[in-house]
Design a protein around this ligand. Structure first.
Ligand code: FES
Ligand code: FES
Length: 158
C-alpha cells in the first residue's frame, strides 16, 4: 500500500509502486486538473507541489512519494490565493492546457523567491512550455501575485 496525502486528504492506495504520480492523480483519485503532455519530464505541464517545490508527476513513480504530502492544482488556492487571483486578473490562459503546471511552478518560484526579478521568473519558469506563448502575461502575473502577497502580509496575512 502507498500512503499519500493529496490536498490535505490522506489516501491509502493499492497501486503499483512504479505507477507515475500523474496517473494516480488522474485515474485513481479522479483529480484531472493535472495534465498529461510530453510524458517525458520536459514540458512542466504535469507539475505538482511536493514540500513547496514543483515536481513532474509524469516521470515520478508513486513509491517515491510514499508517506509524503502533495498539492495538485485542485488544492493550490488553499495554500496560495494570490497566484490564482493574479492569473484571473490578467487573463493569463489562452487555450489553458499548460496553465495548471504554470500555476504550480509559479507558486514554487514564489516560495523560493517572494519578490522575483524578471530574470528570476524567466529562469524559474523556463522549464514550463506554453504553446500559446502566454509567457509575457505569466511574467506579469507572477509580479502581481508577489506584490499582492507582500501587501497582504504587511496587512497581516492573506
Ligand atoms: S507531461 Fe510531464 S513534463 Fe511534460
Ligand atoms: S495556454 Fe495554451 S499551451 Fe499554454
Amino acid at each position: 500500500m502507498i500512503n499519500i496525502t493529496v490536498n490535505g486528504k490522506p489516501h491509502s492506495l493499492d497501486v503499483s509502486p512504479e505507477m507515475p504520480v500523474l496517473w494516480v492523480l488522474r485515474d485513481v483519485l479522479e483529480l484531472t486538473g493535472t495534465k498529461y503532455s510530453c510524458g517525458l519530464g520536459v514540458c512542466g505541464t504535469c507539475s505538482i507541489l511536493v514540500e513547496g517545490k514543483a515536481l513532474r508527476s509524469c516521470v515520478t513513480p508513486i513509491s517515491i512519494l510514499n508517506n509524503k504530502e502533495i498539492v495538485s492544482i485542485e488544492g493550490i488556492s488553499e495554500i496560495n490565493k494570490s497566484v490564482q487571483k493574479a492569473w484571473e486578473k490578467l487573463n493569463v490562459p489562452q487555450c489553458g492546457f499548460c496553465q495548471p503546471g504554470q500555476v504550480i511552478s509559479a507558486v514554487a518560484l514564489l516560495n523560493e523567491k517572494p519578490s522575483p526579478s524578471d530574470e528570476d521568473i524567466d529562469k524559474g519558469m523556463s522549464g514550463n512550455i506554453c504553446r500559446c506563448g502566454t509567457y509575457v502575461r505569466i511574467r506579469k502575473a507572477i509580479h502581481l501575485a508577489a506584490s499582492m502577497r507582500n501587501e497582504s502580509e504587511n496587512e497581516g496575512g492573506l
